[in-house]
Write a protein that binds this ligand. Structure first.
Ligand code: FAD
Length: 412
């Protein structure tokens, strides 16, 4: 079959990899030039530890409190947008214990599947992802956060995830070269991390080597439909016929799906990262600074620091008022690092494609016979990429899926 994938982010590339392996003819169309999108500047975590969806009890009250501060890690820009209002209502109604209890097992299934597939894929690509399987630390400075993290560690046991709780001295022992100023932490040995740029480059090189055609700098504008099938994709550079279509357009998924009459609730969640090259002293372990929602990732001799979630529509503006607290949180947990606030031109921003219930959209269009959607992975796109690619391949080939996927359907 000739399959067209829209979007050359990690989700599009992973779908291409699993589909091409089965012999399908694959074209990927992207409006960018293949050097940047949300999949490049992220923290690079593969996080089975994140089995609790973003919409969870307490998040709404915490979010409203944070919204009053110009430097908080979470912000919703007030704006007249019907899709934002609909998304917000759905998020609000999903942020409860009952929904978390329903969704967490499904998130856990796909996270664990994907973690194992990513490790295999990295091995197959001669460690091109620079993937490390040493785990991740959740660090905190307050007792309240400590209790919350301990509950999470306890919950993790239900899924067979081992997560020892550490005191400050035990955390320090894991980082012998830099001072760590925390009350304690939880260690998730199952987590992994990789170098996102290396991962994107090696996966793209791999699929191009397998014969996947990349159409960069082509913007998809519309579709031609005949008998409930998309027969061609209309771009600003011409029309391309196709037998099957996969929508993997990241934060633009809502807009592009709408052109096919598919209504998905999705909001871009802007985040920032700063990468410090040539570190003399670096961390041994990646860590999430839980009180401040900051992610620290050592990548060889580079250190990436990232954070914030701004729901402000599609925009890549850098707001230094939100970047500075990310860097000061990093310095406060790790005083020896002495990280400088960079000029705004050195700050990366990316748009996480956020569904309101914290689960991805992996499913067939209810209105077409040949359209499949892969998106809405929010803060877990790297973590879930490999499983998403495999599941999309299995759906398109009408095979039994590795794990149940009903919870990821589009019209849930
Ligand atoms: C600060 C930050 C840290 C993060 N850390 C992590 C982490 O540690 N672990 C993790 O798992 N996830 C993390 N994420 C989330 C992760 O980066 C995303 O979930 C993931 O990159 C989404 O991939 P994607 O392929 O869906 O979208 P993208 O990478 O955004 O790719 C979508 C592509 O679609 C293309 N496109 C859209 N519309 C059109 C059109 N009309 N025509 C042509 N092309 C189009 C775009 O150009 C784009 O290239 C983080 C995100 C941020 C912002």
């Amino acid at each position: 079959m000739h399959i067209t994938i829209i979007g050359a982010g990690v989700i599009g590339l992973s779908c291409a990899y699993y589909l091409r392996k089965e012999g399908h003819e694959i074209s990927i169309i992207d409006r960018g030039n293949g050097t940047d999108n949300c999949s490049f500047g992220n923290a690079g975590y593969i996080s089975p530890s994140h089995f609790i969806p973003l919409a969870s009890p307490g998040i709404v009250a915490q979010g409203l409190k944070w919204m009053l501060s110009s430097s908080s890690p979470f912000y919703i820009k007030p704006r007249l947008s019907t899709s934002m209002v609909k998304w917000g209502i759905k998020f609000y109604t999903k942020a409860n214990q009952k929904t978390v209890a329903q969704n967490a097992p499904h998130l856990n299934n796909i996270l664990q599947l994907s973690r194992n597939l990513m490790v295999d894929l990295d091995r197959e690509l001669n460690h091109g992802f620079q993937l490390e399987t040493k785990g991740c630390l959740m660090l905190y400075k307050t007792e309240k956060t400590g209790h919350h993290e301990a509950e999470l560690a306890h919950e993790a046991k239900k899924y067979g995830i081992h997560a020892p709780i550490l005191n400050a001295a035990e955390v320090q022992a894991m980082e012998p070269e830099v001072e760590v100023d925390v009350l304690g932490g939880v260690y998730f040995p199952i987590d992994c991390h990789l170098h996102p740029v290396r991962m994107m480059e090696s996966l793209r090189n791999k699929i191009v080597g397998m014969g996947v055609k990349m159409l960069y700098e082509h913007e998809v504008l519309n579709f031609e439909i005949k008998n409930e099938k998309v027969v061609s994709v209309i771009t600003d550079k011409g029309k391309f016929s196709t037998e099957h279509l996969v929508l993997a357009a990241g934060s633009w998924l809502e807009v592009i799906s709408k052109k096919l009459g598919i209504n998905l609730l999705l909001q871009p969640g802007k985040g920032y990262s700063v990468t410090y090259p040539n570190r003399q002293n670096n961390l041994k372990y990646p860590a999430i600074l839980v009180d401040d929602r900051v992610a620290m990732t050592p990548m060889g001799n580079e250190l990436r620091v990232g954070g914030t979630m701004e729901l402000c529509g599609i925009n890549h503006q850098i707001n230094m008022n939100r970047v500075k607290p990310i860097i000061s949180a990093a310095n406060s947990y790790y005083p020896d690092l002495s990280l400088a606030v960079p000029p705004s031109k050195n700050v990366w921003s990316g748009l996480r494609p956020c569904s309101p219930d914290g689960l991805p959209y992996i499913g067939n269009s209810p209105y077409h016979n040949n359209v499949t959607v892969a998106g809405g992975h929010a803060m877990l796109g790297i973590s879930l990429a490999a499983a998403t690619g495999l599941l999309i391949k299995q759906m398109i080939q009408k095979e039994p899926t590795e794990i149940p996927i009903n919870h990821f359907r589009l019209n849930r």
